[in-house]
Design a binder for this molecule. Structure first.
Ligand code: THU
Length: 135
């Protein structure tokens, strides 16, 4: 994936994080998916006073993309501006990401554009034995 495209995707995730609903953790997260037609779908974490009903930014973005008619994505960026160090997606989100994009799909995350981690869905979620069931 071209570096400028990943940087732009990260900037969209960062901008989205300002719209997070995170009054309980005060840890806003933004996610941005690059879709096959070149458009970008963003998502934010949406917390709840029950805590357990919280939806992560990554899943918000994936579910919004599916609701808009997409079934895959080409890359994802995740911005966690309040974090002291780059924060990767939670285990549940890793599995959801793996449902809709292949292992080589780029993932980029970090608290700021000058300290980003670049990896792939396959690195974050290896040994995906159930993957074939959904195909
Ligand atoms: N969170 C995300 O939205 N994505 C991540 O990758 C890590 C955690 C949210 C969940 C909760 O609202 C807050 O961050 C603190 O865990």
């Amino acid at each position: 994936m071209e570096k400028s495209l990943m940087t732009e995707l990260y900037c969209r995730a960062y901008d989205a994080s300002a719209r997070a609903y995170a009054p309980y953790s005060r840890f806003p997260v933004g996610a941005a998916l690059l879709l096959p037609d070149g458009s970008i779908m963003t998502g934010v974490n949406v917390e709840n006073r029950s805590y357990g009903l919280t939806n992560c930014a990554e899943r918000t973005a994936v579910f919004a993309a599916v609701a808009a008619g997409y079934r895959t994505f080409q890359a994802i960026a995740i911005a966690t501006p309040a974090a002291a160090a780059p924060t990767g997606p939670c285990g549940g989100c890793r599995q959801v990401l793996s449902e809709f994009a292949p292992p080589e799909t780029p993932v980029i995350f970090g608290a700021s554009p000058d300290n980003l981690v670049e990896t792939t869905i396959g690195e974050l979620y290896p040994f995906d034995s159930l993957h074939e069931l959904g195909r």
